[in-house]
Design a protein around this ligand. Structure first.
Ligand code: GRF
Length: 282
Protein backbone atom coordinates (compact mmCIF):
# COMPACT_ATOMS: atom_id res chain seq x y z
CA UNK A 1 0.00 0.00 0.00
CA UNK A 2 1.43 3.40 -0.86
CA UNK A 3 1.51 6.01 1.87
CA UNK A 4 -1.49 7.72 0.34
CA UNK A 5 -4.50 5.95 1.73
CA UNK A 6 -2.72 5.01 4.89
CA UNK A 7 -3.65 6.76 8.12
CA UNK A 8 -0.79 8.93 9.34
CA UNK A 9 0.51 7.92 12.75
CA UNK A 10 2.44 10.06 15.24
CA UNK A 11 4.34 8.21 17.96
CA UNK A 12 5.25 9.81 21.29
CA UNK A 13 8.20 8.34 23.20
CA UNK A 14 10.37 9.23 26.17
CA UNK A 15 13.09 6.59 26.08
CA UNK A 16 14.52 3.65 24.19
CA UNK A 17 11.42 3.33 22.03
CA UNK A 18 11.39 -0.41 21.41
CA UNK A 19 7.61 -0.37 20.93
CA UNK A 20 7.97 2.58 18.56
CA UNK A 21 10.51 0.54 16.61
CA UNK A 22 8.05 -2.37 16.42
CA UNK A 23 5.41 0.00 15.01
CA UNK A 24 7.86 1.46 12.48
CA UNK A 25 8.99 -2.01 11.36
CA UNK A 26 5.40 -3.23 11.00
CA UNK A 27 4.57 -0.19 8.83
CA UNK A 28 7.00 -1.55 6.20
CA UNK A 29 4.50 -4.30 5.35
CA UNK A 30 2.68 -3.48 2.12
CA UNK A 31 -0.75 -4.03 3.66
CA UNK A 32 -0.14 -2.04 6.85
CA UNK A 33 -2.98 0.51 7.16
CA UNK A 34 -0.85 3.17 8.86
CA UNK A 35 2.33 5.06 7.99
CA UNK A 36 4.57 6.62 10.63
CA UNK A 37 4.57 10.35 9.91
CA UNK A 38 6.41 11.54 13.03
CA UNK A 39 8.19 10.28 16.12
CA UNK A 40 8.15 12.97 18.82
CA UNK A 41 9.63 13.08 22.29
CA UNK A 42 9.78 15.16 25.44
CA UNK A 43 13.40 14.00 25.81
CA UNK A 44 15.71 15.40 23.11
CA UNK A 45 18.25 12.66 23.92
CA UNK A 46 15.77 9.75 23.82
CA UNK A 47 17.52 6.80 22.19
CA UNK A 48 14.44 6.06 20.11
CA UNK A 49 14.65 9.44 18.35
CA UNK A 50 18.08 8.64 16.94
CA UNK A 51 16.92 5.16 15.91
CA UNK A 52 13.97 6.64 13.99
CA UNK A 53 16.03 9.42 12.37
CA UNK A 54 18.58 6.87 11.15
CA UNK A 55 15.76 5.11 9.34
CA UNK A 56 14.50 8.24 7.66
CA UNK A 57 11.49 8.76 9.93
CA UNK A 58 10.73 12.42 10.72
CA UNK A 59 11.44 13.27 14.36
CA UNK A 60 10.67 16.14 16.70
CA UNK A 61 11.88 16.86 20.23
CA UNK A 62 10.65 19.39 22.72
CA UNK A 63 11.72 19.47 26.34
CA UNK A 64 8.96 20.67 28.66
CA UNK A 65 11.53 22.26 30.98
CA UNK A 66 10.99 25.90 31.83
CA UNK A 67 7.63 26.34 30.15
CA UNK A 68 3.98 25.89 31.15
CA UNK A 69 2.56 22.47 30.29
CA UNK A 70 0.04 24.06 27.93
CA UNK A 71 2.84 25.66 25.88
CA UNK A 72 4.83 22.45 25.78
CA UNK A 73 1.80 20.48 24.59
CA UNK A 74 0.91 23.17 22.04
CA UNK A 75 4.34 22.65 20.44
CA UNK A 76 3.92 18.88 20.35
CA UNK A 77 0.41 19.36 18.96
CA UNK A 78 1.66 21.75 16.25
CA UNK A 79 4.42 19.33 15.21
CA UNK A 80 1.88 16.50 14.95
CA UNK A 81 -0.47 18.64 12.87
CA UNK A 82 2.36 19.88 10.63
CA UNK A 83 3.26 16.25 9.91
CA UNK A 84 -0.38 15.53 9.00
CA UNK A 85 -0.80 13.11 11.90
CA UNK A 86 -4.29 11.61 12.20
CA UNK A 87 -3.81 9.39 15.22
CA UNK A 88 -1.26 9.07 18.02
CA UNK A 89 0.40 6.03 19.56
CA UNK A 90 2.01 6.50 22.97
CA UNK A 91 5.00 4.19 23.30
CA UNK A 92 6.73 4.59 26.63
CA UNK A 93 5.75 8.28 26.77
CA UNK A 94 6.24 9.07 30.43
CA UNK A 95 4.08 12.18 30.78
CA UNK A 96 0.41 12.53 31.57
CA UNK A 97 -1.37 14.27 28.73
CA UNK A 98 -3.61 17.12 29.82
CA UNK A 99 -7.39 16.72 29.54
CA UNK A 100 -7.38 19.47 26.87
CA UNK A 101 -4.88 17.56 24.71
CA UNK A 102 -6.77 14.28 25.12
CA UNK A 103 -10.00 16.08 24.24
CA UNK A 104 -8.49 17.50 21.02
CA UNK A 105 -7.47 13.99 19.97
CA UNK A 106 -10.44 12.16 21.49
CA UNK A 107 -10.69 8.56 20.32
CA UNK A 108 -7.45 8.89 18.34
CA UNK A 109 -4.79 8.18 20.99
CA UNK A 110 -3.75 4.64 21.86
CA UNK A 111 -1.25 3.40 24.43
CA UNK A 112 0.48 0.19 25.41
CA UNK A 113 0.59 -0.63 29.09
CA UNK A 114 2.65 -3.45 30.62
CA UNK A 115 -0.13 -5.16 32.60
CA UNK A 116 -3.38 -6.96 31.97
CA UNK A 117 -5.65 -3.95 32.42
CA UNK A 118 -7.68 -3.15 34.45
CA UNK A 119 -5.07 -4.64 36.79
CA UNK A 120 -2.05 -2.53 37.77
CA UNK A 121 -2.65 0.85 36.24
CA UNK A 122 0.31 3.21 36.67
CA UNK A 123 3.92 2.28 37.40
CA UNK A 124 5.83 -0.78 38.69
CA UNK A 125 3.37 -3.18 37.11
CA UNK A 126 5.67 -6.20 37.03
CA UNK A 127 6.79 -5.90 40.65
CA UNK A 128 3.16 -5.54 41.68
CA UNK A 129 2.10 -8.62 39.69
CA UNK A 130 4.89 -10.67 41.30
CA UNK A 131 4.10 -9.35 44.80
CA UNK A 132 0.45 -10.32 44.31
CA UNK A 133 1.47 -13.89 43.40
CA UNK A 134 -0.16 -13.68 39.96
CA UNK A 135 0.36 -16.72 37.74
CA UNK A 136 -0.22 -14.70 34.57
CA UNK A 137 0.95 -11.22 33.55
CA UNK A 138 0.93 -9.39 30.23
CA UNK A 139 0.26 -6.19 28.39
CA UNK A 140 -2.71 -4.25 27.05
CA UNK A 141 -3.32 -1.83 24.21
CA UNK A 142 -5.99 0.68 25.10
CA UNK A 143 -7.56 3.96 24.07
CA UNK A 144 -6.31 6.93 26.03
CA UNK A 145 -8.79 8.94 28.04
CA UNK A 146 -8.28 11.60 30.71
CA UNK A 147 -8.10 8.91 33.38
CA UNK A 148 -4.77 7.06 33.62
CA UNK A 149 -4.75 3.67 31.85
CA UNK A 150 -8.54 3.50 31.97
CA UNK A 151 -9.76 3.78 28.34
CA UNK A 152 -11.33 0.95 26.34
CA UNK A 153 -8.98 -2.01 26.02
CA UNK A 154 -8.41 -2.96 22.37
CA UNK A 155 -6.44 -6.13 23.10
CA UNK A 156 -4.27 -7.96 25.60
CA UNK A 157 -1.50 -10.54 25.49
CA UNK A 158 -0.61 -12.85 28.36
CA UNK A 159 2.62 -14.43 29.54
CA UNK A 160 3.22 -16.84 32.45
CA UNK A 161 4.86 -15.57 35.63
CA UNK A 162 7.65 -17.93 36.70
CA UNK A 163 8.39 -18.73 40.35
CA UNK A 164 11.88 -17.21 40.14
CA UNK A 165 10.85 -14.11 38.17
CA UNK A 166 12.15 -10.68 39.09
CA UNK A 167 10.50 -7.53 37.81
CA UNK A 168 13.25 -7.41 35.15
CA UNK A 169 12.85 -10.98 33.86
CA UNK A 170 9.08 -10.61 33.76
CA UNK A 171 9.35 -7.23 31.99
CA UNK A 172 11.56 -8.79 29.32
CA UNK A 173 9.05 -11.61 28.71
CA UNK A 174 6.15 -9.14 28.53
CA UNK A 175 8.09 -6.83 26.19
CA UNK A 176 8.34 -9.56 23.55
CA UNK A 177 4.53 -9.73 23.57
CA UNK A 178 4.23 -5.93 23.52
CA UNK A 179 6.13 -5.84 20.26
CA UNK A 180 3.69 -8.34 18.74
CA UNK A 181 0.50 -6.94 20.23
CA UNK A 182 0.97 -3.23 19.57
CA UNK A 183 1.37 -3.28 15.77
CA UNK A 184 -1.42 -5.85 15.44
CA UNK A 185 -3.90 -3.91 17.58
CA UNK A 186 -2.98 -0.60 16.01
CA UNK A 187 -3.52 -1.97 12.51
CA UNK A 188 -6.87 -3.39 13.56
CA UNK A 189 -7.85 -0.12 15.21
CA UNK A 190 -6.90 1.91 12.14
CA UNK A 191 -8.97 -0.40 9.96
CA UNK A 192 -12.01 0.00 12.18
CA UNK A 193 -11.54 3.81 12.19
CA UNK A 194 -12.34 3.86 8.51
CA UNK A 195 -15.06 1.23 8.67
CA UNK A 196 -18.82 1.57 8.91
CA UNK A 197 -20.37 2.35 12.32
CA UNK A 198 -21.65 -1.23 12.56
CA UNK A 199 -18.24 -2.78 12.05
CA UNK A 200 -16.71 -0.40 14.57
CA UNK A 201 -19.41 -1.26 17.10
CA UNK A 202 -18.92 -4.93 16.34
CA UNK A 203 -15.18 -4.76 17.05
CA UNK A 204 -15.71 -2.80 20.27
CA UNK A 205 -18.48 -5.12 21.51
CA UNK A 206 -16.94 -8.43 20.48
CA UNK A 207 -13.61 -7.48 22.11
CA UNK A 208 -15.35 -7.89 25.49
CA UNK A 209 -15.13 -11.28 27.24
CA UNK A 210 -17.71 -13.86 26.12
CA UNK A 211 -19.59 -11.30 24.05
CA UNK A 212 -21.59 -12.69 21.14
CA UNK A 213 -23.59 -11.21 18.30
CA UNK A 214 -27.20 -12.10 17.59
CA UNK A 215 -30.30 -10.46 16.17
CA UNK A 216 -33.16 -8.74 17.92
CA UNK A 217 -36.13 -7.75 15.79
CA UNK A 218 -33.94 -8.01 12.70
CA UNK A 219 -31.21 -5.73 14.08
CA UNK A 220 -27.72 -6.75 15.25
CA UNK A 221 -27.45 -7.03 19.01
CA UNK A 222 -24.64 -8.00 21.37
CA UNK A 223 -25.05 -10.34 24.30
CA UNK A 224 -23.08 -11.73 27.22
CA UNK A 225 -24.59 -14.77 28.93
CA UNK A 226 -28.35 -14.41 28.42
CA UNK A 227 -28.41 -10.61 28.51
CA UNK A 228 -28.18 -8.02 25.73
CA UNK A 229 -25.78 -5.17 26.42
CA UNK A 230 -25.95 -3.26 23.12
CA UNK A 231 -28.23 -3.24 20.09
CA UNK A 232 -28.60 -1.29 16.89
CA UNK A 233 -31.71 0.82 16.65
CA UNK A 234 -32.60 1.73 13.07
CA UNK A 235 -29.74 2.80 10.84
CA UNK A 236 -28.33 5.57 12.94
CA UNK A 237 -28.55 4.82 16.65
CA UNK A 238 -27.13 2.40 19.16
CA UNK A 239 -28.84 1.46 22.39
CA UNK A 240 -26.64 0.38 25.29
CA UNK A 241 -27.60 -0.98 28.66
CA UNK A 242 -27.17 1.69 31.34
CA UNK A 243 -27.88 2.00 35.08
CA UNK A 244 -31.15 3.76 34.32
CA UNK A 245 -32.37 1.49 31.52
CA UNK A 246 -31.25 1.90 27.89
CA UNK A 247 -29.12 4.78 26.73
CA UNK A 248 -29.40 5.83 23.06
CA UNK A 249 -26.29 7.02 21.24
CA UNK A 250 -26.54 8.71 17.84
CA UNK A 251 -24.33 7.28 15.10
CA UNK A 252 -24.65 10.26 12.78
CA UNK A 253 -22.28 13.21 12.35
CA UNK A 254 -19.03 13.33 14.26
CA UNK A 255 -19.40 10.27 16.51
CA UNK A 256 -17.32 10.26 19.71
CA UNK A 257 -16.05 6.69 19.46
CA UNK A 258 -14.32 6.82 22.81
CA UNK A 259 -17.65 7.58 24.43
CA UNK A 260 -19.37 4.84 22.42
CA UNK A 261 -16.63 2.35 23.42
CA UNK A 262 -16.92 3.29 27.08
CA UNK A 263 -20.73 3.05 26.99
CA UNK A 264 -20.57 -0.38 25.34
CA UNK A 265 -18.06 -1.56 27.97
CA UNK A 266 -20.27 -0.23 30.78
CA UNK A 267 -23.29 -1.97 29.24
CA UNK A 268 -21.32 -5.21 29.15
CA UNK A 269 -20.42 -4.82 32.85
CA UNK A 270 -24.09 -4.32 33.75
CA UNK A 271 -25.18 -7.33 31.70
CA UNK A 272 -22.34 -9.78 32.46
CA UNK A 273 -23.15 -12.68 34.81
CA UNK A 274 -21.69 -12.25 38.32
CA UNK A 275 -19.45 -15.29 37.86
CA UNK A 276 -17.78 -13.71 34.82
CA UNK A 277 -17.23 -10.41 36.64
CA UNK A 278 -15.79 -12.26 39.65
CA UNK A 279 -13.42 -14.12 37.34
CA UNK A 280 -11.77 -10.81 36.58
CA UNK A 281 -14.19 -9.24 34.12
CA UNK A 282 -12.59 -7.26 31.39
C1 GRF B 1 6.92 -0.47 27.78
O1 GRF B 1 6.99 -1.44 28.78
C2 GRF B 1 5.50 0.00 27.63
O2 GRF B 1 4.56 -0.98 27.89
C3 GRF B 1 5.40 1.09 28.65
O3 GRF B 1 6.65 1.71 28.67
C4 GRF B 1 7.63 0.80 28.18
C5 GRF B 1 8.30 1.48 27.02
O4 GRF B 1 9.33 0.73 26.46
N1 GRF B 1 4.30 1.96 28.35
P1 GRF B 1 9.89 1.14 25.04
O5 GRF B 1 10.37 2.58 25.15
O6 GRF B 1 8.80 0.97 24.05
O7 GRF B 1 11.04 0.21 24.81
Amino acid sequence: MADTGRRKLGILISGRGSNMAALVEAARAPDCPYAVALVASDKPDAAGLAWAAERGVATFAQSPKGMPKADYEARIDAALHDAGVELIALAGYMRLLSPAFVERWAGRIVNIHPSLLPNYKGLDTHARAIAAGDAVAGCSVHLVTEELDAGTVLGRAEVPVHADDTAETLAARVLVEEHRLYPAMLAEFVRTMTDSPLSRIRSLALALPEAAESEEAGAPSFTVGDATFARLSGDDALEVRAESGWQTLALTGDVDWTLVGDAIARGWELAAPAALLEAGGR
